[in-house]
Design a protein around this ligand. Structure first.
Ligand code: SF4
Length: 186
C-alpha cells in the first residue's frame, strides 16, 4: 500500500530508499501510483495479505501495526517518523517480536541490505526484541532473524542524508528514472 504523503512525515520505507525518490513522490504522485497496478505488485500484495491473515489467526498476532515518533533534526526542525510493520507477536515472556514479509522473484542476494535496514529501524520504532524477515520467492520460502536496532542518530542521519541513490542498484528499478537528473545509468 502506498502511504499518504505529508511534507513533515518520513515513513520508515523513505529511510531505506533514494531521498530524491521521496521528493519525486511528493511532486509527481501519479507516477508512483502507476506501479500499484503492475502484476508483480499485485502478486506481492496478495502474498502479504494471505500470510498476514495466517499469522494473525494461528499466532494471535497484531497485523499492520503503525506507530510514529517525533524526532528533532540537527537544524532544530521537528519531523515525524512513521512506520507500519506487517505484524507484531507478543510472547508469553512479554517480548515483542516483529515480522516483515518480503516477496521476490528470485532468492539471489537475500536477505537484502535495505530490508535488514528497514527492520532494524522497525526494531527501534516499535522497541522490538528482534524481527523476523520472511522471504517468499519462486525458489525458496525462508526467514532471517534481525536483532540489531537502529539508533535515533542513525534515523536522523538517514533523514538528512541527500546522497542519491541511497543504494547503487536503485535507479534500475525506479519509476522516476525517466525524468531524474541524478539517475546513475549502467
Ligand atoms: S533515478 Fe535513481 S537517483 Fe533518481 S530518484 Fe530514482 S533512484 Fe533516485
Amino acid at each position: 500500500m502506498k502511504h499518504r504523503r505529508e511534507a513533515n512525515v518520513y515513513w520508515v520505507s523513505d529511510l531505506v530508499k533514494c531521498p530524491i525518490k521521496r521528493e519525486f513522490e511528493i511532486k509527481y504522485p501519479e507516477i508512483a501510483l502507476s506501479s500499484i497496478y503492475s502484476p508483480y505488485y499485485i502478486l506481492g500484495d496478495l502474498i502479504h495479505k494471505g500470510l498476514e491473515s495466517v499469522i494473525s489467526e494461528k499466532l494471535n498476532a497484531r497485523v499492520e501495526v503503525e506507530k510514529s515518533i517525533n524526532v528533532q533534526l540537527s537544524n532544530g526542525m521537528e519531523v515525524i517518523v512513521k512506520g507500519r510493520i506487517d505484524s507484531i507477536i507478543t510472547t508469553e515472556r512479554g517480548e515483542n517480536i516483529g515480522i516483515e514479509i518480503k516477496s521476490a522473484r528470485a532468492d539471489i542476494g537475500i536477505p537484502q541490505q535495505h530490508h535488514i535496514d528497514q527492520v532494524r529501524i522497525y526494531n527501534w520504532l516499535f522497541d522490538l526484541t528482534k524481527s523476523i524477515l520472511i522471504y517468499i520467492t519462486f525458489n525458496r520460502v525462508t526467514e532471517y532473524e534481525v536483532v540489531e536496532k537502529a539508533s535515533t542518530e542513525e534515523v536522523i542521519y538517514r533523514i538528512e542524508d541527500k546522497k542519491a541513490p541511497r543504494y547503487s542498484w536503485e535507479c534500475g528499478y525506479c519509476s522516476y528514472a525517466i525524468l531524474c537528473p541524478y539517475k546513475i545509468a549502467k
